[in-house]
Structure formats: C-alpha cells, structure tokens
Design a binder for this molecule. Structure first.
Ligand SMILES: [Zn+2]
Length: 81
C-alpha cells in the first residue's frame, strides 16, 4: 500500500528528529556536569538566560545560530541546535 510507505517515511523522519534531540540533550547534560553549560560552542560567549530557558539543550548563542542559518539559507529559528 502506497500510503503505508508514506506514513513509514514520516514516522522514521520523526523518530530520527527525536533521536537527534535526545542526543543533544544528553550532550548538554554532560556539559552541565563538566561545568561547560551555557557557553556557546561556536564563539565561546555566554548564552543568554532567556535563550537557555527557551532552548535548554542549545549549544550555540543566538548570534551564531542566526549566522549559521543565514549561511545555509534557513529562515526559521525554532529548533534548539
Ligand atoms: Zn556564539
């Protein structure tokens, strides 16, 4: 059935997204334990408290994230990478 393949593809993509998110959360917890939480991995500046409250698993400050997205031509900022 064609539809089953479509749903399977959607479910796999969703699963992969969640696994990526989980890996990001695990990495952030490790940074927290090592005292490196809240520091941008790109520029080394402190990530703002507002951003950390909104995206606690982020490893980039909003400026680096924005630069990255502009370079890649991405125009949304709603994920936490
Ligand atoms: Zn940065």
């Amino acid at each position: 059935m064609q539809e089953a393949q479509t749903y399977a593809a959607l479910l796999r993509r969703r699963r992969d997204d969640l696994l990526d998110e989980l890996a990001g959360i695990e990495a952030t917890l490790r940074r927290l334990e090592q005292g490196r939480f809240g520091v941008c991995e790109c520029c080394g500046q402190a990530i703002s408290r507002d951003r950390l409250m909104q995206f606690p698993a982020t490893s980039w400050c909003s400026a680096c994230k924005r630069d990255y997205e502009q370079r890649r031509g991405i125009h949304h900022t709603d994920d936490a990478t």
